[in-house]
Structures are given as C-alpha cells and as structure tokens.
Design a protein around this ligand. Structure first.
Ligand SMILES: *Cc1c(COP(=O)(O)O)cnc(C)c1O
Ligand SMILES: *[C@@H]1O[C@H](CO)[C@@H](O)[C@H](O)[C@H]1NC(C)=O
Length: 260
C-alpha cells in the first residue's frame, strides 16, 4: 500500500448479483486490530435480520460502525426506503447539521429532537423511514419474518427444480434469494465445453429475454459476471409469488429457448 493509510473496510452482506455474504466477524476482528472503521453494505441482505432462521448470515454486523440497509428491497417497503445506520450516537448530527436559524429554531414550543432535518444529508426530502415504521407496526417483526422465510423458501424451491432439470445449470449455490442459472438449449448441449459453446451460451439469455418482453408474460434479469457468460438471475422479494410462478418461469424459458 506504500504511503496510503486505509480508512475503512466496506463489507457486503448480500451482494447484488450473487447474494453473497462477507464473513463479518472475521472482518470485524481485523478492523478492531487496526482501528479501522467497519462499514457493512447490507442494502440487499439486511432483511434477513428479521428471520430467526436466516439472520446468522449477518453474524458480526453488530460490531460494525455503520450499516446501509434498504428495506425497499428484501422487505418489500415501497420505494424508496434506504437507511444509513451509525453506531455512535450524535455523529450524524455532528457531521451534517448546519443549524439554519430560519429552519431549526431551538426555542420552539415542542421537543425539537423531532426536527430530524438537521441530522441528515436529506434535509427537506421525504421521511422515507415512516413507511417502514408504519409497515412494521402493521405486520410486526413476525410478519416480516414470514415474508423473509417465504422468499428464501421460493429460492430453495427454484434451486432444487434447476438441479433436477437437465437443461439448466446453476452458477453457484445460493445464500440469499438470488438464484443464478443458465438455460442450455438442446442444440448447445451437443457442443463440448469450450470457447465455442461459451460464445453461443452468452447469447441465449438475451434472446430469451427479448422474446419474454415481446410476449409480455414473464421478466427475469440476466447479466455476465467476471469470467461467466450471460446467465439468468432470478431474485425473490415479492410475497405474492407462488411455486407455480416458479414452475411457469422455467417452462417459459424452455418454451422460448428450445430452438436456439
Ligand atoms: C441495491 C444495492 C445498493 C444501492 O442501493 P441504493 O439505495 O439504490 O443506492 C448498494 N449495495 C447493494 C449490495 C445493493 O444491492
Ligand atoms: C421462519 O422459519 C423458521 C425455521 O423454519 C421457523 O422457526 C419460524 O417460526 C418461521 N417464522 C415464521 C414467522 O413463520
């Protein structure tokens, strides 16, 4: 690193494409040893904290100095609801407050700690967290747990289905609700593994997705990643999804892609 001094470590709990988790406890050990700020990007995976079954994947997050968490993702809060949590009380205020006398008079007739505007970088924007608060009141922690359990069950179901079908290949074993896979059309299965097959496989997902868009029945994202050619990425976060929707998705992919 030469003369550079590391400022902080940004760990990820639930990466966007793979849904992978960094080992937070081990990272916290290193941060403690060297006096580094530890940030956890739990924008996507933070919702697992609501489930007693799945929260262990974020073990160590309680040792972080700061956390980002988007309840509008896994927890289904309407867009947008992004939280930035800081362990040290008063730090956000110390960093952000401008004490504008025309906005935040200290001698108002009510408790001015409710004037949150001076603590955030958002100031005059929507109070996004209100939606989460309202939803939490209505559903309860158990309500969120049901939702999280269900999304992960669906991911598990898709994973098992993909494993049992010979025209599909998994990119990795999922940790979150991201299930990444290739569809291998019959024509491609005859070609041995190698650059030729990879080149053709790279074109399969975009072609199937184009057909999906034309027909308007299903949508699923795809992308390449590192040395991996285009693959589908199915992500579950909608509590209304059923197993029959998962079956339908796979049937549609086969129907639209079998001639490629
Ligand atoms: C979605 C996502 C973000 C970005 O969050 P925004 O609130 O849309 O800026 C950051 N990190 C991860 C891992 C994400 O999945
Ligand atoms: C979530 O799943 C776990 C493990 O299967 C279970 O113990 C828990 O009761 C479930 N939560 C709810 C609210 O159903």
């Amino acid at each position: 690193l030469g003369d550079h001094i590391p400022l902080y470590v940004s760990a990820t709990a639930g990466t966007t494409v793979y849904g992978a988790f960094d080992p937070l406890d081990s990272i916290a050990d290193i941060c403690e040893k060297y006096g580094l700020w530890m940030h956890v990007d739990a924008a996507w995976g933070g919702g697992l904290l609501m489930s007693r079954k799945h929260s262990f994947k974020l073990n160590g997050i309680e040792r972080a100095n700061s956390v980002t968490w988007n309840p509008h993702k896994l927890m289904g809060v309407p867009l947008q609801c992004s939280a930035f949590l800081i362990c040290e009380k008063g730090l956000l205020q110390a960093c952000n407050q401008m004490c504008a006398g025309y906005l935040f008079q200290p001698d108002k007739q009510y408790d001015t700690t409710y004037d949150t505007g001076d603590k955030t970088i958002q100031c005059g924007r929507h109070v996004d967290v209100f939606k989460l608060w309202l939803m939490w009141k209505a559903k309860g922690t158990r309500g969120f747990e049901i939702l999280i359990n269900k999304s992960l069950e669906l991911a598990e179901y898709l994973y098992k289905e993909l494993n049992s079908r010979e025209n599909f290949e998994l990119v990795f074993d999922p940790e979150l609700t991201n299930v990444c896979f290739w569809y291998i059309p019959p024509n491609l299965r005859r070609i041995p593994n190698g650059p030729e097959r990879e080149k053709l496989l790279h074109q399969v997902a975009p072609k199937i997705k184009a057909r999906m868009i034309e027909e308007g029945m299903t949508m699923v994202s795809y992308q390449p990643h590192g040395d991996k050619v285009n693959f589908f990425r199915m992500v579950f976060s909608n509590p209304a999804t059923r197993k029959s929707d998962v079956d339908f998705l796979l049937e549609e992919i086969e129907r639209l892609g079998k001639d490629l």
